[in-house]
Write a protein that binds this ligand. Structure first.
Ligand code: 9D3
Length: 476
C-alpha cells in the first residue's frame, strides 16, 4: 500500500515512521511512503504558500494553487482517495482504518496555519478526518497516527500471528490485565487462576476483568456491550433458529439496527459492517417492511428466516441466491479428530482452494455461494480462517470459517471422502471455534444430502426454519 502525504513538513513524516514496525514494513516494501513538500509546487517567489483570509480574521490560510499542483503531480490524473486531516472531520476509528486499508493508494493532506482555501478542498478531498477532540498545531501527527493504524492492517506488516485481530472475542470490551515473570514482584503475586492451566477458567476470569475495567474506564462502551449481551440472552430462547444472530452479536460484529427484543419481541435487524451482511427476523410483514426500509446502502447480502421477507426484500433489489439449513453444535467438549495432519492454510494453497471451490464457471455460477470468490478466499486465508487436511503430506481438502461467523467452504477430494476426511476436517474446525468460546454453526445447501448427513453424524442440531440468502443485484 502506498501513502502520499502532502505537507509543509515532509521530514516530520519520514523521520517519524522509520523506526519500529513501520520502519520494517517500509524496508520490506509492504508499505511505501511518499512525503511531498507542498512548498515545492508554489508559483510565488520566496516559496510563499499562505495568505490572509478574505473577510478578515486571525492567522493565515494555505492557498489553493500549490496544494492542487502537488496533488496533480502525485495522481497524474488518476482518481485517488484523498483524506484531509482536519479538526472539522469525522472521527477516525478502527472501522475507518479497516476501510482505508483496502485502498491501493491513499493521499493524506496535512493542513497548517488556520486552514486551507475551501475551493481546493472541494476539488480534491474525498474524506475529512479528525483523530479526536483536542487541538494540535498541524495535521502531520494526525496523518502519522492514521498511517500507523492503517498500515498495521496491511497483510504481513504485523507478521501472520496477529491476524487473529478480527477474531478477538472480547469486542466492545477493553483488554484484561496481563502478567509476566516473575510470579511475585514487590510482594504482588500473579492471579492464581492464570497459573492453573485451566483454559476455560482463565477465559472466564479475563472476561470478568475486561467487563470490570470497561465499566470503570469506558462506560459508553460498556453500555453497548450490555445491550448486546441482553439481546443475546433473549435470542437464546430459540437458539437453533437464532444462533447466527447470537454469534454475530457476541463476537462484537453485528450492529443492532432495529429490535424490540428487549421488550420480549422477536424483531431483529442486524448489520455486519465488515461483510455487508444483514440478518433479519421479523414478527410479521409490517415489521419486515419497516426493517427493509432502514437497511444500509452498503448492504450486499441478507439472511432471512421468514418466507414473507423474500418478497419484501425483493422490492428492495435483493434476489434469492440459496436456500439452506442452519445447524449448530451445542456441546462444549471437543470432537474426536481421526486424521492427524490438519493445519491452517497459507497463501501457497490459494490456487488449490480456488480451483476446487470457486472455479471460473461463468457468470451464472458466480452467484452460487454468497460472496465467495477468489478475493474472499484470499482474505480468509490471510485471516488464518482456512484449514486444510493433508493425506500423506498432500493437501486433500479444506474448510474454513466465514467472515460473519459460520463455518463452511468444506471440500474433500473424491477418493478421500469415504475414509472420513470430511468429518475430521469439520471436527477440527469445530474444535478451533470452541477454543475461542464460539458456538460452531453452519449453513448447508438444502439439497446437499451428504453434508446434511455429516452434520447429523457429528451431533449438530438443525434449526426448524429454512434460511434464505439474498443478494443485492446491481445486474439483471
Ligand atoms: C481557530 C480554529 N482552530 C480549530 C480548532 C484552527 C485550527 C487549529 C488547529 C486549525 C488546525 C489545527 C491543526 N490541527 C489539525 O490540523 C488536525 C487535528 C487536530 O487538531 N485535532 C484532531 N485531529 C486533527 S486532524 C488535523
Amino acid at each position: 500500500m502506498k501513502f502520499h502525504v502532502l505537507t509543509l513538513f515532509p521530514e516530520m513524516i519520514t523521520r517519524g515512521l522509520t523506526s519500529g514496525i513501520m520502519g520494517r514494513a517500509l524496508e520490506k516494501g509492504l508499505i511505501q511512503l511518499n512525503a511531498v513538500n507542498i512548498r515545492d509546487y508554489t508559483q510565488e517567489r520566496h516559496g510563499k504558500v499562505d495568505d490572509y483570509p478574505y473577510g478578515g480574521g486571525a492567522g493565515m490560510l494555505m492557498q489553493a494553487q500549490p496544494i492542487y499542483e502537488a496533488y496533480e503531480a502525485v495522481t497524474g490524473g488518476k482518481a485517488v482517495r484523498t483524506v484531509y486531516l482536519t479538526p472539522q472531520g469525522e472521527r477516525f476509528t478502527q472501522q475507518k482504518a479497516a476501510e482505508l486499508a483496502e485502498e491501493e493508494e491513499l493521499i493524506l493532506l496535512c493542513g497548517h496555519y488556520e486552514g486551507i482555501d475551501e475551493r481546493v478542498l472541494e476539488e480534491i478531498v474525498t474524506d475529512y478526518i479528525s483523530i479526536g477532540d483536542y487541538v494540535l498545531t498541524g495535521g502531520e501527527l494526525a496523518g502519522m497516527v492514521m498511517i500507523d493504524a492503517i498500515a498495521r492492517l496491511v497483510p504481513g506488516v504485523l507478521g501472520n500471528e496477529d491476524s487473529s485481530q478480527e477474531e478477538s472475542f472480547f469486542n466492545d470490551l477493553l483488554e484484561y490485565p496481563q502478567y509476566s515473570r516473575p510470579e511475585v514482584w514487590r510482594g504482588k503475586a500473579v492471579p492464581e487462576v492464570l497459573l492453573s492451566g485451566d483454559h476455560r477458567q482463565i477465559r472466564a476470569w479475563r472476561l470478568e476483568r475486561s467487563k470490570e475495567r470497561t465499566a470503570l474506564r469506558r462506560p459508553d462502551l460498556y453500555g453497548k456491550y450490555q445491550a448486546r449481551q441482553l439481546a443475546v440472552k433473549q435470542l437464546a430462547s430459540d437458539k437453533r433458529n437464532n444462533i447466527h444472530m447470537m454469534e454475530s452479536l457476541s463476537r462484537g460484529r453485528g450492529e443492532i439496527l432495529y429490535t424490540n427484543i428487549w421488550a420480549g419481541g422477536e424483531n431483529m435487524a442486524l448489520y455486519d459492517h465488515d461483510s455487508g451482511i444483514c440478518m433479519l427476523t421479523a414478527e410479521d410483514p409490517k415489521e419486515g417492511e419497516l426493517m427493509a426500509g432502514i437497511l444500509p446502502e452498503g448492504g450486499e447480502l441478507a439472511v432471512i428466516s421468514q418466507p414473507f421477507l423474500e418478497e419484501i426484500l425483493g422490492k428492495r433489489g435483493y434476489r434469492p441466491i440459496l436456500r439452506c439449513r442452519q445447524a449448530l453444535y451445542t456441546q462444549r467438549n471437543p470432537l474426536p479428530v481421526r486424521h492427524k495432519d490438519i493445519r491452517r492454510l497459507s497463501m501457497d494453497s490459494l490456487e488449490y482452494v480456488c480451483g476446487h471451490y470457486c472455479p471460473d464457471q461463468g457468470p451464472e455460477k458466480a452467484d452460487c455461494e454468497p460472496g465467495v470468490d477468489r478475493e474472499y478466499i484470499r482474505q480468509r486465508i490471510t485471516a488464518g480462517a482456512m484449514y486444510g487436511i493433508f493425506l500423506e503430506g498432500k493437501l486433500a481438502g479444506f474448510g474454513g470459517i466465514h467472515r460473519e461467523g459460520s463455518f463452511g467452504m468444506l471440500y474433500v477430494e473424491e477418493d478421500s471422502r469415504r475414509i472420513g476426511a470430511g468429518a475430521s476436517l469439520e471436527a477440527y474446525i469445530i474444535n478451533r471455534m470452541l477454543e475461542k468460546g464460539w458456538t460452531p454453526y453452519c449453513h448447508i445447501f438444502e439439497d446437499n444430502q451428504a453434508s446434511l448427513r455429516l452434520q447429523e453424524k457429528l451431533g449438530l442440531y438443525f434449526a426448524s426454519k429454512t434460511f434464505l440468502w439474498m443478494k443485492k443485484s446491481t445486474c439483471k
